[in-house]
Design a protein around this ligand. Structure first.
Ligand SMILES: [Zn+2]
Length: 64
């Protein structure tokens, strides 16, 4: 089984967290989009979404 990779463009690190978000303009309230993030990029990805006023939460761990 291969490790899940970070969603950051160009990053091949193993993901350690899930960045859960949605775009309120196009997604229903119960819709969840998930980006996987390595420990290095979890803040970058969260801030990227937060800067667009998207609801975003970070959860430790990745889907097994
Ligand atoms: Zn990364």
């Amino acid at each position: 089984m291969s490790e899940l990779e970070c969603s950051r463009a160009g990053c091949r690190n193993a993901a350690t967290a899930r960045v859960v978000w949605r775009n309120p303009r196009i997604h229903a309230v119960d819709r969840e989009k998930i980006w996987l993030a390595c420990s290095e990029h979890v803040d970058f990805l969260r801030d990227y979404l937060a800067a667009r006023d998207f609801p975003v939460t970070v959860r430790d761990g990745v889907p097994s």
